[in-house]
Design a protein around this ligand. Structure first.
Ligand code: SAM
Length: 220
């Protein structure tokens, strides 16, 4: 069918594989993102497969978007950061519209949901404290932020940006979303003095590609 509409065989196969992945996650009630947003996530994870380094997500909830990353990551490890018990407390001054929620999950349930994928590393707890045990030399090629909150996004960028290899991608969900103003605020403040250009994917995603000569925070 897709081939009859001019799709090359490899592109048609890739699109069919993606759609069955999306439909399965949707039918399981795990998807909190739109078809277009999941497509961007899947393509950016795949596109970074030649870049050395692992993958990560901050804001996992029930594992819907993590499963998309897991399916596209190849041999790379996937580090998953979440309380797995609901939103952490945050200052309402930063996130006036947010408060609580996302308690209907557990580490055991998400681990079971992702059990077929290799190299999944769970870091339960409140970020950034939950990142303390990450070895300082670990580098990343793809990171997804979907934590909704200012401080979670800000501390996430501070942690991951210096650990991104050149060519790696940081993707944020809820960028520009009126329900999560802290996400864009944290992102725009953080990247104000960086070389990377923010590429906005309307209505509510944005990403950067880590540059070769970026002078981000130095690593010891
Ligand atoms: C919108 S949900 C994630 C949805 C998921 N990415 C998906 O699409 O399937 C946001 C999650 O971020 C988590 N979160 C936000 N800030 C956090 C922090 N500082 N530490 C740990 N988890 C956090 C919440 O517990 C919640 O599960």
């Amino acid at each position: 069918m897709l081939e009859r509409h001019g799709f090359r065989k490899t592109d048609a196969t890739r699109l069919r594989d993606f759609l069955s992945l999306f439909l399965r996650a949707r039918d399981e009630g795990r998807v909190l993102m739109s078809l277009g947003e999941i497509y961007h996530l899947h393509r950016l994870v795949s596109a970074t497969s030649p870049v050395p380094g692992e993958t990560a997500e901050v804001g996992v909830f029930r594992g819907g978007s993590a499963r998309i990353i897991a399916a596209a990551k190849g041999d790379r490890a996937l580090y998953l950061f979440d309380t797995f018990s609901g939103m952490p407390r945050e200052d309402p001054a930063f996130d006036p519209l947010r408060g609580g929620g996302f308690a209907g999950t557990s580490l055991a349930a998400v681990a079971s949901y992702l059990r077929d994928f290799p190299s999944i590393v769970f870091r339960p707890g409140s970020f950034p404290e939950s990142a303390r045990e990450i070895p300082p030399g670990l580098r990343f090629s793809f990171v997804h932020f979907d934590a909704d909150l200012y401080l979670s996004t800000r501390t996430g960028l501070e942690f991951f940006y210096p650990r991104m290899n050149p060519g790696g991608v940081i993707l944020a969900h809820d960028f520009g979303a009126p329900t999560c103003p802290g996400v864009s605020k944290a992102w725009e403040e953080f990247f104000a003095d960086k070389e990377e250009t923010t590429i906005v994917l309307p209505p509510r995603q944005a990403y950067i590609i880590k540059r070769q000569k970026s002078e981000g925070r130095s690593e010891k």
